[in-house]
Design a protein around this ligand. Structure first.
Ligand SMILES: C[S@@+](CC[C@H](N)C(=O)[O-])C[C@H]1O[C@@H](n2cnc3c(N)ncnc32)[C@H](O)[C@@H]1O
Length: 333
């Protein structure tokens, strides 16, 4: 059976997908995953026979959706690493990516990235996206804390294997492997994750624009970046977007003052285009569930599902055991 590969996405729902699928209010049809992120939910929906529209504002996430959700049959062979690239283009890309030098990676690593990006340019369609999805995962794997907003002096420190061993009893040598070696390690897993399901599509739009774009779906699934959690996805992954000139302004769902209003406007825009809105929330975050329920109730009948979920923070169990919630809004009174 098709298996979701290693994506390393902060705040992903990978451990909850079976429960989410069980709670889906329709058992077939079209689902829009409007804040798709690393696509763990989109992928599970595709596996379970739904036709999925996967959307996220970040290009770093769009490449995953194109590679694993929309893609039906295109895989890569290892000979891709031998593709002839134009030297002057590699130099151009290295200059373009120099903003990453001594910010995320050492200068020679940025050059390696340029070579890989030049290979990507030689590929077309889904193959290119599969390659870019592997590249993204390699970039993240090389970074301490798996995100792009750790200061360079910290990165250097944590990439020092002796220091890391002394302090954390782990060398974390994988931070010092080449990008290509990471891509090769994940190559078959990504290839195997490609399969043909019902028709699926990927978009890279602000959620409001996505809502405007669709005609009709059965369910809109929402996993927005709530205020008061690790939520700054632009800073976690946005430098990937910058490499490919895809950085864009968008509605900000991370602010306490405007979160509910923005959600309210978004659901208002979707109300005549979907039968259901299914919204994920966790009891750790704000606004509180009562406020969310009150806002949703304007649009129809709301049911709340609860799942106990011990959130793992650096391997330690959170004793308070926060709860995962799912609001199921059936549109219409
Ligand atoms: C909590 S994450 C989704 C995680 C996802 N469910 C998974 O399993 O990987 C929220 C996502 O919302 C995206 N996002 C933030 N603002 C957005 C906007 N205005 N329009 C579309 N997507 C947005 C972020 O880039 C981030 O990927």
């Amino acid at each position: 059976m098709a298996k979701y590969p290693k994506v390393n996405y902060i705040g992903n729902k990978e451990k909850l997908v079976d429960w989410l699928i069980e709670e889906m209010p329709v058992k077939e049809g079209r689902v829009l995953d409007i804040f798709a992120g690393g696509c763990s939910v989109s992928y599970a929906l595709k596996v379970h026979g739904y036709s999925v529209i996967s959307n996220d504002i970040l290009y770093a996430d769009y490449v995953i959706a194109k590679a694993l959700i929309e893609n039906e049959d295109k895989t890569l062979t290892l000979s891709v690493f031998e593709k002839k690239t134009d030297e002057s283009r590699v130099r151009e890309l290295a200059a373009k990516f120099s903003f990453l030098s001594e910010r995320l990676y050492y200068p020679e690593e940025v050059e390696e990235l340029a070579g890989l990006a030049a290979v990507a340019e030689k590929l077309e369609g889904s193959e290119r996206y599969l390659f870019l999805a592997l590249m993204r995962r390699a970039m993240i794997r090389k970074l301490p804390y798996s995100r792009m907003n750790v200061p360079w002096n910290q990165i250097q420190k944590l990439r020092d294997e002796d220091y890391s061993y002394e302090k954390y009893k782990r060398k974390r040598a994988y931070h010092n492997q080449s990008f290509e070696s990471h891509m090769r390690e994940n190559f078959e897993e990504y290839n195997r994750a490609v399969f043909k399901g019902k028709e699926c599509r990927a978009y890279c739009l602000d959620a409001f624009d996505m809502a405007q774009r669709i005609d009709h779906v059965d369910v809109v699934y929402m996993d927005p970046p709530y205020p008061s959690t690790m939520n700054n996805y632009d800073s976690f992954y946005g430098l990937f977007d910058e490499m490919f000139d895809r950085k864009r302004q968008h509605t900000d769902y991370t602010r306490k003052e405007s979160f509910l209003d923005n959600m309210d406007r978004l659901i208002g825009r979707l109300a005549d285009k979907t039968g259901y809105v299914v919204l994920s929330q966790n009891t750790r975050v704000r606004p509180n569930p009562e406020e969310v329920e009150a806002m949703l109730s304007k649009y129809g009948k709301v049911e709340i599902k609860r799942k106990k979920y011990n959130y793992q923070v650096t391997g330690k169990e959170n004793k308070n055991g926060s709860k995962e919630l799912l609001f199921i809004l059936k549109i219409g009174k």
